[in-house]
Every structure is written in C-alpha cells, then in structure tokens.
Design a protein around this ligand. Structure first.
Ligand code: HAM
Length: 384
C-alpha cells in the first residue's frame, strides 16, 4: 500500500495526466499556496504514484514493483449520477514488466474481486491505443478523416485536432460523437510490436476463458496511456457506466524524469462500485464488531473494567458500561447494538471467579471461569 499526498504541485498533473485532457484543462481544483506555488487537489492517483516511485528510488527495487492505494480524488465535473467532485478510488499500479502477462494479471485481479463480491454483468472491454510510433501515423490518418468535419466539432475538439486528435474520439459532446461515428480506429493501425502485445493479452484472457469484448473506441480520458487500455462497464452507474478503468503507460516514468520503465494500472471508482452492489442487491459482510459485553451488576464496575483490560490484552473485543447505566439498561444496550455475547458480573461472580456467558441470539448459557480467558475466547470465536 502506498499513501499519497492529497495535493501536489500542479505541474505534476499537467505533465503526468497531460494538458490536452479534460481533467487538466477543465476539472482540476488548483490554488496558490502561501508561497505563491500552484498546487492541485489530486484528480487521480497514478501521477502521484509515479512521482513517489521516482523520489523513493523504487526503480531499483526488484521488478515488478506493485503498489496499491485507496484515495479520495477531486474533479470539477458536472455532478450527476455516479459523477462527483470528490470521489474515491481504489487503485493498483505495477512497474517494470513490459509483456502482456501482467496486463492480464491485473485484469484477472479485478475479475476475481468482482466475482468474490458476487457481482454479475460487469463487462470487460479492452483495446490497444498503440505506442507513440503507431499513434503518430494514425494521427495523420485520423486528421485526414476529420479534416472535412472540423466545423462539426466542439471548440475543445478543434483545439485537440492539432495537439492530440485521438482524444476527439472520447468527446462526450453529441455533435463530436456523430462526426466521429465512422472514424478510423487505432486498433486497425497498430505497429507490429503493439499488435503482438495486444494478441498476447487476448491469448492470456482466452486461455483462462475470461470473457471480454474488444472495443476499439476506448481511448481513456488521460494522456499517459500506451498499448493496453481496459474498462469494466455496467448499466447501473450512470451515463458513463465505467466502474473501473486502466491501462498501460510505458512512457510515463520517463516523461516524469525517470529511467525507461513500463507501467500498468487501474483505478476503481468506489462510489460506482457501491452503486453497482446496491443495484444487484448484494449485501456486504458487516465489519467484525464487539465479541462480548461485560455487564456490571451492583458495585462491580472497577472489577469489570479490570477484567475487560485483561480480555482485551488477550485479543478479545470487549465493551463495558461507561454510562453508569442500570443492569436493565446495560442489557438493552447490548441487545440494541447486537453484541453477540453477554456476561453479567455481580459481587458473587467476581468473588467466585465464575460467571455465565450468554449468547444473545440463541439464549444459550454456559458457565465459565473468569481467569480462563482463552476458554472464553474459544466460545466467542467458535460462534463467529
Ligand atoms: P479514470 O478512468 O479517470 O482513470 O478513473 C477511474 C475510475 O474512477 C472511473 O472508472 C470511475 O469509476 C471513477 N471516477 C472517475 N471520475 C469520477 C467522478 N467524478 N465521480 C465518481 N467516480 C469517478 C484514472 O483515474 C487512472 N488514474 C486509472 C489508472 C491507474 N490507469 C492506470 N493506472
């Protein structure tokens, strides 16, 4: 796991994510700090991971270097279903491996995760957007195609025409979508190396019979991608439908001043994942709560808290009364909070070091010695 700063120098994102992207051009929360430096709330995690990878000398670690993060991210977007200005991403980045095997491994990691959650109908789409060499040639072909349609494109896309025409295919504007409906796609113009890589990825996925669709229109919204790009799509998460997106970025580490290092990763939108889980009526398991409630009957509070301390040291999650409640109110509290086990400890129990442990769900009771905490732990854990 890697923990990243919430904001970084603006230049990191304009260089890393790319200044022809919507994210950089329109969506960044940028401000001047007290030293008049331009800072930006991270719109995503990859650029920060690469900066940290280089600053911390990870390029010399054994390859592949695999990092994961759980972050909030910020984009000034038109808020709608599944699209927020502050949202959360779970992401993975892997550095150093250039073959398609790791592309497949990352994709299968996601597929496995979705399977384990019980998600169905999340569809995997893959594409290749080539390397700078084949993209250069393709740009000429695309520009030729779009040349006569320039007047139909939005202002942003007209600017993209010169700088990065591939991004026109990703424009959300209806007029641009129409104008590019039959545009040539990069997948038909890959160089040999990129074609071999893409074939390799498909073969890896076919070998394990993981279903996917090749969608030559996926270009992704960020500039650093090369070769493999992929998305997991669903119908339930708003117009975009993308729960998770990622791809290879073989040139990014070098662009940021490091040695030539291939990289690949993805980020999963946590809010969109939760929407999808809800839409498919999937209940997440509850986080483990408290094991045992120690109720004090009479003036035994101090002895109960001491016992709680001993039990906590033995690894049990124990609650005691901290509100000076009556025994009846303590039992009500334990019931309301669904604490699985309760022990009532009065003067007799403390003196004899013996008490009844009761399972609140079944009502079953058994006698236990208070100085045999491991036995109590075994009872409580057995039922978990
Ligand atoms: P991205 O496609 O921009 O890629 O975002 C990844 C995921 O974050 C999206 O699929 C979506 O689920 C979620 N997401 C993006 N914007 C919003 C928003 N405004 N509201 C809610 N959810 C959102 C990246 O960020 C890349 N860094 C992924 C990556 C990592 N590629 C390689 N490594």
């Amino acid at each position: 796991e890697i923990r990243l700063p919430t904001f970084e120098q603006t230049e990191l994102f304009s260089r890393g994510v790319g200044d022809t992207t919507d994210v950089v051009q329109k969506e960044m929360y940028t401000f001047l700090d007290k030293g008049e430096r331009s800072m930006t709330l991270r719109p995503e995690g990859t650029a920060g991971v690469v900066r940290s990878f280089l600053e911390n000398g990870m390029a010399s670690w054994p390859s592949p270097v695999r990092l994961s993060y759980n972050i909030n991210a910020f984009r000034y977007e038109n808020v709608q279903k599944g699209r927020y200005r502050e949202f959360h991403q779970f992401g993975v980045e892997a550095f150093g491996a250039k073959g398609p095997e790791i592309d497949a491994e990352l994709i299968t990691l996601l597929a496995l995760y979705f399977n384990k959650l019980g998600l169905q109908e999340t569809k995997l789409q893959i594409n290749s957007i080539g390397c700078p060499a084949c993209r250069e040639l393709y740009h000429q072909i695309l520009k030729q195609y779009l040349g006569s349609k320039l007047k139909d494109l939005c202002t942003t896309c007209r600017q993209r025409y010169d700088k990065n025409p591939l991004r026109i295919l990703d424009c959300k504007e209806e007029r641009c979508r129409q104008a590019t409906a039959d545009a040539p796609v990069l997948l038909d113009h890959l160089c040999d190396g990129c074609q071999v890589h893409f074939n390799g990825l498909k073969r890896e996925l076919d070998d394990i019979e993981l279903p996917y669709t090749v969608n030559p229109r996926i270009v992704r919204g960020l500039d650093y991608y090369t070769r493999t790009v992929f998305e997991f799509i669903s119908e339930h998460v708003g117009t975009q439908g993308t729960i998770c997106g990622g791809g290879r970025y073989d040139g990014l580490v070098k662009t940021m001043g490091g040695p030539e290092t291939p990289g690949i990763g993805f980020a999963l939108g946590v809010e969109r994942l939760l929407m999808e889980l809800r839409a498919q009526a999937i209940q997440l398991p509850e986080a483990p709560g408290c094991d045992l409630y120690l109720a004090a009957a009479g003036q035994t509070g101090a002895a109960v808290r001491k016992l709680a301390w001993q039990m906590r040291q033995a690894g049990l999650a124990v609650e005691t009364d901290l509100m000076n409640r009556s025994l009846k109110a303590q039992m009500k509290y334990a019931g309301k909070n669904k604490l699985p086990y309760v022990m009532v400890l009065g003067e007799d129990e403390i003196r004899q070091q013996t008490a009844m442990i009761r399972c609140l769900e079944t009502g079953q009771e058994q006698s236990v010695r208070l100085d045999r905490i491991e036995e109590i732990a075994a009872i409580v854990r057995d039922q978990k």
